[in-house]
Design a protein around this ligand. Structure first.
Ligand code: C5J
Length: 222
């Protein structure tokens, strides 16, 4: 594996060492991306997120071919909801709350069909799947220990949603010293304006949380 690659990115080129890098695919679960799940119950148009799937499939394939580590995350809760704070459970007026039975199983509950990752992005054996109770991928998980054990210092970030779980994860990672490149067409939001602003916030102020690039720039160097 080559030791250094450079992606044309904003606000400046992103250099990374493939053996010390992981692609993180955040919450590409049926509950967010398909009708009948958590995203839709909150009143969102889930078709907005489908557009990230084709570029993400290409990025996942190229990353696996290059031998770079792949990590998937899933947001969700234990069946007894003991890890779901009341503030999260009771917020808003969804048509179905977390834990309620929906067309794809109980909403956002581990082990249910809707909680799992969409077929196009199914994890391979050996790829880490991080189950997280929160929006960030570090809170309440062993992700940091896993990254440290493997000497991973850079993250290529993809998944949904840009302004919620992607942003929270990038901010958590940035504070822990990880360098994050967010692939702009491989992250998605239910809201066009949040997608635009969410990406702009990451690269603003000299890259205050990280770097942003379209996936074609990443694929060019793979
Ligand atoms: C949300 C997420 N939006 N994965 N979760 O509640 O972004």
């Amino acid at each position: 594996m080559v030791d250094r690659l450079v992606v044309d990115a904003s606000p400046h080129p992103f250099a990374f060492s493939p053996p010390h890098t992981a692609l993180i695919v955040i919450d590409m679960q049926r509950d967010f991306v398909e009708p009948g799940g958590f995203g839709e119950t909150l009143g969102n148009d889930v078709s907005m997120l489908r557009k990230v799937v084709p570029p993400l499939v290409a990025v996942l394939a190229a990353t696996r071919d290059a031998g770079i580590a792949v990590i998937h995350t899933r947001e969700g809760h234990l069946p007894d909801l003991s890890d779901c704070p009341p503030a999260k459970l009771n917020r808003a007026s969804p048509s179905l709350r977390i834990g309620d039975p929906g067309p794809r199983g109980r909403i956002l509950i581990r082990g249910e069909y809707g909680h799992d990752i969409i077929d196009e992005l199914t994890p391979l054996d050996g790829e880490l799947v991080v189950d997280k109770p929160g929006k960030g991928s570090f809170y309440g998980t062993s992700l940091q220990e896993h990254l440290e054990a493997r000497g991973i210092t850079s993250l290529i970030v993809t998944g949904v949603t840009t302004e919620v779980c992607v942003h929270t994860t990038v901010r958590e990672a940035n504070d822990r010293g990880y360098e994050c490149l967010v692939l702009s067409d491989c992250v998605g939001s239910y809201f066009e304006e949040f997608q635009r602003a969410g990406l702009a916030m990451i690269a603003a102020q000299g890259g205050i949380f990280g770097w942003v690039a379209p996936s074609e720039n990443y694929l060019k160097v793979m």
